[in-house]
Design a protein around this ligand. Structure first.
Ligand code: CMX
Length: 134
């Protein structure tokens, strides 16, 4: 059901200030920015080999990422797993007693369908299910 890690999400105060470390110092490939209005974030994706990092900058003080930054400061925010069928993955996790933040998929960056598991149900790690657009 879970085929691989799709990306790691990193909360930042400013994409512009955070990009040079990943793009220039680590040499990751920067594939542009996108605003995800449903999540109140602006994201930048960087890739190295098959691995991706998603930098997340809040676009509103109500954004989950703004609240995270206020409490913890910048840092790793979530782990996203690739799933082939997100509805089936949500159904299976719910059946197993896992607490979902999203009972139904939402639209994420790059046209993917996403849904979050509550960190209280996943050992304190905010966990995202991600069904990539093909
Ligand atoms: N990782 C781990 N724990 C987290 C967390 C995170 N990223 N964000 C919040 N928590 C913890 C808090 O520390 C808190 O724990 P304690 O009760 O032990 O203090 C608990 O979750 C509840 O947090 P809260 O601040 O009281 O509640 P919030 O209103 O901030 O909601 C959460 C928390 C996880 C439900 C909310 O952030 C959410 O719905 N997240 C999913 C959506 C999201 O993060 N979107 C941004 C990324 C979008 C994208 O990738 O496109």
């Amino acid at each position: 059901m879970f085929s691989k890690i799709n990306h790691l999400g990193v909360a930042v105060r400013s994409l512009e200030e955070s990009l040079p470390f990943y793009r220039d110092s680590l040499g990751m490939k920067f594939s542009g920015t996108e605003e995800v209005t449903s999540q109140q974030v602006k994201v930048a994706f960087l890739t190295i080999g098959e691995s991706k990092i998603e930098l997340l900058e809040p676009t509103s003080p109500e954004s989950p990422v703004a609240k995270f930054l206020e409490k913890n400061g910048p840092g790793v925010h979530h782990v996203a797993y690739e799933v082939e069928d997100i509805e089936a993955a949500i159904a299976q996790l719910t059946e197993n007693g896992t607490r979902m933040i999203d009972a139904a998929p939402r639209k994420g960056a790059h046209g993917a369908l996403i849904a979050f598991v509550h960190p209280k149900s996943s050992g304190g790690v905010l966990t995202e299910l991600c069904q990539s657009a093909h």
